[in-house]
Structure formats: structure tokens, C-alpha cells
Design a binder for this molecule. Structure first.
Ligand SMILES: [Zn+2]
Length: 312
């Protein structure tokens, strides 16, 4: 399994880089505490996301998200939860972003399941006799040959574990490195409706707004990065395999389209039959939601401590 080794180091250096910037931003925009969380169950409706043997990413993401909503309400009664969908309906990612922005959330959490390509293995399972007609010096002649019989078996990928993504705001060679590390894996794909709507949506935003958004994006990035690290820590503590907190430049457009810190949690590999069981099980879903809720509580506490420090 390929690990994205440079990711954490990179995130930390960016956090350090932006923390000085963050200080001046906080003066204008004091650390808001966590009052409203927008949960976005990935995909939905005609966009089923990736597929397991018997379940779809859209359905599993919705089940986990609904549970997460209940967990958060239980653990943090003062936090409001807004869902981008509560049923199996389709929203383009532009619509999802608009729902989150209209709700004026303090945090955007996307719930997804991961998928990796398996391997097709071709093997010889026996031989059969075939007779050919060949022409030699104008004469037709029959030739008998033994030919192998092949059987192709599909072996699912053994990729396992969680990943938490934040949007890659750095425009460096890092993009290239990350892209080349992921060649053998399926990453989030945007459906065609979303792609079309993103183009329209982006052409409508005025430049001043864009600039303000990019300034705030750095503050959001800092918070999202620290939350992503905390979520993966809690997954590890719960016994899950963690593939770490990462940045990704493609397929997660919605993370930079919302005016709030945003993370995308890949809860496990639906393409791995063992993980598909886990993701569909009551126990697995509870374990995942508990870990995410613990991380959110830690994130909320750290924002509140920051607020207290600023007030003094
Ligand atoms: Zn997805």
C-alpha cells in the first residue's frame, strides 16, 4: 500500500506558514466557535458513487451521515446540524455548496466511502485441441494444435482504512507528486452535471468576492488541516487503519466552494469485501461516528480555548 508520506509534513509546514497570516485574519475575523455543522452525505440519487459487491457509496454514506447527526446532537447539544440530504436524492456539488453556504455553517463535513481498482488475473486452466487449415506450396493441409484455455479472475483490491481530505490550496509541484502517487487508485469522480454546473457557477462569481474568499480560504485551510489530523488520530485510536490526512487537488471541488473550513472523510474501502461488511454494519458505523464525534469535540474545544485566549 502506498502511503502519502509527504502529506503530513507538508500540511504542518503550511500550517506554520499560515499561522502568522492567521493571526492578522483573526483580528478581523475572531475565531468563531463551532455552532453549526453541515454534513454532506456523498453522492446520492442517480450519482451512486463507487460500488461494492452489494452496496453503493451513496447509500452507505447516507446511513453513516444520519448516524453521525444523531451522535453529534447527543454529544454536543449546543451544536446545530444541517444535512445537505437526508434521503436518496441527487444534488450536484454546486447545489451542495449552495445549501452549506445558505446555512452559514461553521464547518462542512463530507462523508464518503473509498474505492480502489482490483486486478484481473488471467491463468491457464487447461488445453483444447484446435484444427487449422494451412496452405503450403499451394496445397491445403490440416494441422492440429493444442491451445490453452484461459480463465480471468477478478481479485478485489486489498486497500483498507480511512483517509481525511482537505482541499489543496497550495499551487506547487506538490500537485504533481500527489497525482503520481495515486495512479493505481480510483479517486472521487465528479459527475457530468456537476462539472457543467461548476463552470457556470465559477464564471458568475465576481473578482472581489473571489479575492476575499481566497484570503479566508487560508484560515479555513488551517482549521481544516488541524481537524483532519485529529479525525485520523481518533480513527487510529479506535483501531482503524489510517491512511492519514491528505490534500487532494481534484475531485473535491465542493471543499473550496464552501465559505467555511471543510473536510472530506473517506470512511473505508467499499471495494474491499471485508470493509464493505464493516461499512454496512451497525457496529462499524457506530465506531466511525464515535471517532468522528470525538474529533469534532476536540476541534470545538480548541476553537473555544482560542476564543478565550483572544478575549484576554
Ligand atoms: Zn465519493
Amino acid at each position: 500500500m502506498k502511503q502519502n508520506r509527504m502529506i503530513l509534513a507538508f500540511s504542518f509546514s503550511l500550517i506554520a506558514l499560515f499561522s502568522s497570516l492567521g493571526l492578522s485574519l483573526q483580528a478581523q475575523n475572531p475565531a468563531k466557535s463551532l455552532k453549526r455543522i453541515v454534513i454532506d452525505p456523498g453522492h446520492g440519487g442517480t450519482d451512486i458513487g463507487s460500488k461494492g459487491k452489494y452496496s453503493t457509496e451513496a447509500a452507505v454514506s447516507l446511513a453513516i451521515s444520519l448516524k453521525l447527526e444523531a451522535f453529534i446532537k447527543q454529544a454536543m447539544p449546543d451544536v446545530e446540524v444541517v444535512m445537505t440530504r437526508t434521503t436518496d436524492i441527487y444534488h450536484s456539488v454546486v447545489e451542495k455548496a449552495k445549501i452549506a453556504n445558505a446555512a452559514k455553517g461553521d464547518l462542512f463535513v463530507c462523508i464518503h466511502t473509498n474505492s480502489a481498482r482490483g486486478k484481473a488475473v488471467k491463468e491457464v486452466v487447461g488445453y483444447t485441441t484446435k484444427t487449422y487449415t494451412v496452405k503450403k506450396k499451394g496445397k491445403k493441409r490440416k494441422v492440429t494444435r493444442q491451445v490453452p484455455i484461459y480463465k480471468t479472475t477478478y481479485i478485489p483490491s486489498t486497500a483498507i482504512g480511512t483517509e481525511t481530505y482537505i482541499y489543496n490550496i497550495g499551487k506547487s509541484d506538490f500537485r504533481k507528486e500527489l497525482a503520481s502517487e495515486m495512479v493505481d487508485e480510483v479517486v472521487e469522480q465528479l459527475d457530468s452535471v456537476s462539472l457543467k454546473q461548476i463552470k457556470e457557477y465559477e464564471s458568475e462569481i465576481d473578482p472581489t468576492k473571489k479575492m476575499m474568499a481566497s484570503i479566508l480560504a487560508q484560515q479555513y485551510f488551517q482549521r481544516a488541516a488541524s481537524l483532519a489530523l485529529t479525525i485520523e488520530e481518533e480513527f487510529k485510536a479506535s483501531g482503524r487503519v489510517s491512511r492519514e490526512a491528505k490534500q487532494r487537488p481534484t475531485g473535491i471541488w465542493v471543499l473550496q466552494a464552501v465559505a467555511m473550513p471543510a473536510v472530506l472523510i473517506e470512511t473505508g474501502f467499499i471495494s474491499n469485501p471485508e470493509e464493505e461488511e464493516y461499512l454496512n454494519s451497525e457496529n462499524g458505523q457506530n465506531e466511525l461516528c464515535e471517532a468522528i464525534t470525538k474529533a469534532l469535540q476536540r476541534y470545538k474545544n480548541s476553537l473555544e480555548n482560542q476564543q478565550k485566549a483572544n478575549a484576554n
